[in-house]
Each structure stands twice: as structure tokens, then as C-alpha cells.
Write a protein that binds this ligand. Structure first.
Ligand code: MG
Length: 407
């Protein structure tokens, strides 16, 4: 009788997401649960990106995904779902999202990692003090770099650095990069959106990953660093630690206790105060159901020891935030940014983390205004809509002209 060594694969993970310092909302989404880790970075229009990323992530979360084929189908289903929704709703036309996913599948040799990627979100692997980007970016500048027509330095400031060559939901069909590889003890994986990689170099990311702190703290620290650098985009980070152990080495009571724990929000999830997270981990009611069809086999047990990621924003919270966001972003006002009179969308001074965005810039400088108008605009002049704001500017301009004529 052969005595096949029994191995146990244990994954510990943590994540963080943040809207950053500039964007009005968070168009990234992520999902982590029972052997599947997904980061999506939406794009398109006022709300389109947010819808696309969440729709893609939700579709993958709810799909069967135990095999390579099922995972492929899950990503394809996400593509159809985003594409069809965009076609049905004109205000979402043109929306799309990146999707990068790391999943566990089971084959004859035991559990394997399966990676799937569309777009420019990335999977990195840290092994032996070295960081490797496993995914190819599907972006215009990355294609130029691969063809040797652009170097990394020029790419960082290239005007089209955000232009994607492949994304979920843009076309009826999508080409997916996908491949399988072995889990190796001690590896640390990072899934992230470009909000992280546009702010930090690979060396800086490696330095942070090398600190032997738990995945949640590491994820939060990386997002915080991206914000400290300017946070010009939403940034999302998932960190996954791989432990492969021989069952005999660790005794009998090792895995199944933790495994049978309910999947609920982890106390170690990112603090909303710390990171201004408006949406973080996503799970669904499916999570519990999925436990029944986990990827456990005789020879391998899988323990989820450290962190379990679940639904952070309950439906009610999401609805509240959505309505606050709607209110905060409704209406326009005329105010002064720098030295110039501008039209801004949103409430004067912002509301919670929803800051107004500049919709139209004018050449009128604050010093060109009569004193009364200067004072009025310093407090912001609220208008119902864009055309009322434009009328206000037109009147302002007339007063300006008369003042100049009077001088
Ligand atoms: Mg982004």
C-alpha cells in the first residue's frame, strides 16, 4: 500500500479599498471567499464604472467556479452581464471594468492556483524576496513596452497610460488570459488595481509586502501609502499568504475547526475611519452555500485560518451611502478654485467624503470681480442646475464688463 503524503493548503488573506483623495466615488470592487480572490476596476461615465465593477464581481461571486472551465465561464458571464446592462441602459453606455482573479482549482495533483486576467489590474507574487508581476497589462502603453517601442519611465507619464486594450463588458465577447500554477509554501500574492501601481513602484510595494505583518494590515498599509502619494485614483489591494504543510507535521486538530467557522465580517477588515473605505469586501449569501462544495479532497485539507472576508456593507448601509452620495453630488454651485471662478458639481464644501468636482472652468479671476461678488463666491453660490450656474456666470461677466468699462 502506498502512503501518499498528505498536504494541507492554508490561505490567509486580507484586503482594503479606498476611493483615494481625488475621485468622487470608488469604482473599484473586490471579492474574497473560499478560494477565489477578485479585484475589479470599473470605468466609464458618472456611475458606469461603479456599476460595471460591482456587476462583474457579483456575477463571478455567484457563479460556479470549481474548475478551470467554470472559472472561464464565470468571467465570460461577467462580460455578458456588463455588456448587456450597458446596452439596455443608455446612461451606462460604454462602461467596462478590469477583472483580475486568483482561484483554487482541484486537479489530480492536488489544489492548484488558477489566474485569470482582463485589463490592467495586476497579480503579483512575492517569493524569496523577489516580486514578480504575473499578469500582463492589457493597456496601450503596456503593448508599446512589450513591442519595445516605449520604456517604463516614459510609460509612467504617457498621456494614454490609462487606455485599456481589453476590458470586461466593452464587447460581446472577451479574450481572457488564464493559466494554472502550483501553490508554494511561503508565497505571498498581491492583487491590486492601478490606483496602487500608479502611485508606488514595484520596489516600494515589495518593501511593504516584506514586512512580516498579517495580510489585512499589509493591504491597509499599501492603500494608505497610495493615498499618501496623492491617491489620484481608487486603490484596491488583496494580499494572500500561502501555507503548505504536511498533515503529519501539524497534528490532527489542525484545520477543520477553523474551516467550519461561519464566514462573517472579519474583525480585522479595514477600518472605514482609517481608510475612508466606502466599500470593501464583498461576499454574498452564496458564501455559506459555497462551503458545501469546497475544493477539499482526501489528500488535502484547506484551512482558512486568519481572515474571512464577507459582506462589509449590508444592503441598508449601501442604500444609505448611495442616497447620501446622490444628495452630495446633486446640484451645482459657482465658487472659486485657485484664483478662478468655476462651476462645481455637488454641495458647497462637500458632504462626508463626497467632494464637489469642477465641471466648468472660466477665465474670470477673483481679482476681476467686484468686492460683493468676491465675497459671495467665496461662500459658494448654489444653483439648481448647470444652466442656472451658467446664467449666473453670464451675469457675473456682464457686471465684470461694466466694471471694466466703468474703470
Ligand atoms: Mg483605477
Amino acid at each position: 500500500m502506498t502512503n501518499t503524503p498528505k498536504r494541507q493548503l492554508r490561505l490567509a488573506w486580507g484586503g482594503a479599498t479606498d476611493q483615494g483623495r481625488v475621485r468622487a466615488n470608488n469604482q473599484d470592487a473586490m471579492f474574497a471567499d473560499w478560494g477565489i480572490f477578485v479585484v475589479a476596476d470599473g470605468m466609464g461615465g458618472h456611475q458606469g464604472g461603479e456599476v460595471a465593477a460591482n456587476l462583474a464581481v457579483r456575477t463571478i461571486a455567484n457563479a460556479q467556479r470549481d474548475t478551470a472551465e467554470e472559472l472561464h465561464d464565470a468571467i465570460s458571464a461577467a462580460n455578458s452581464s456588463v455588456h448587456n446592462t450597458a446596452a439596455e441602459q443608455p446612461e451606462l453606455h460604454g462602461m467596462g471594468t478590469t477583472v483580475t482573479a486568483l482561484a483554487i482549482i482541484q486537479n489530480a495533483d492536488g489544489p492548484q492556483f488558477r489566474a485569470l486576467n482582463v485589463g490592467d489590474s495586476r497579480i503579483y507574487r512575492m517569493r524569496g524576496g523577489q516580486l514578480d508581476q504575473l499578469t500582463d497589462d492589457h493597456s496601450y502603453v503596456a503593448e508599446l513596452i512589450r513591442r519595445g517601442e516605449l520604456d517604463e519611465m516614459s510609460a509612467a507619464s504617457h498621456p494614454y497610460r490609462n487606455m485599456l486594450t481589453r476590458a470586461i463588458g466593452v464587447h460581446p465577447e472577451v479574450e481572457i488570459d488564464e493559466w494554472t500554477f502550483e501553490p508554494v509554501h511561503g508565497d505571498r500574492y498581491l492583487l491590486c488595481s492601478d490606483g496602487l501601481t500608479n502611485e508606488l513602484t514595484d520596489v516600494e510595494i515589495l518593501k511593504q509586502l516584506q514586512r512580516s505583518v498579517d495580510p489585512s494590515s499589509t493591504a491597509r498599509a499599501l492603500v494608505q501609502l497610495a493615498n499618501n502619494r496623492g491617491g489620484r485614483d481608487n486603490s484596491t489591494v488583496l494580499v494572500i499568504d500561502v501555507h503548505v504543510e504536511n498533515i503529519n507535521d501539524i497534528g490532527e486538530a489542525s484545520s477543520f475547526t477553523a474551516q467550519s467557522s461561519p464566514i462573517l465580517t472579519s474583525p480585522e477588515e479595514p477600518s472605514t475611519e482609517e481608510t475612508h473605505t466606502t466599500k470593501a469586501f464583498r461576499s454574498t449569501a452564496e458564501s455559506s452555500a459555497n462551503k458545501g462544495r469546497s475544493w477539499l479532497y482526501d489528500q488535502v485539507t484547506i484551512k482558512f485560518a486568519t481572515i474571512v472576508i464577507a459582506l462589509v456593507l449590508a444592503v441598508a448601509t449601501t442604500a444609505t451611502i448611495t442616497s447620501i452620495g446622490w444628495y452630495a453630488r446633486s446640484g451645482y454651485h459657482v465658487s472659486i478654485v485657485g484664483d478662478h471662478v468655476v462651476i462645481q458639481k455637488g454641495r458647497v464644501g462637500g458632504l462626508l467624503w463626497f467632494q464637489p468636482t469642477t465641471e466648468e472652468w472660466t477665465e474670470i479671476q477673483v481679482t476681476d470681480l467686484v468686492l460683493a461678488d468676491q465675497e459671495r463666491l467665496r461662500d459658494g453660490e448654489t444653483t439648481q442646475n448647470l444652466s442656472e450656474a451658467r446664467n449666473f456666470i453670464a451675469n457675473l461677466r456682464e457686471r465684470l464688463i461694466r466694471t471694466e468699462a466703468g474703470n
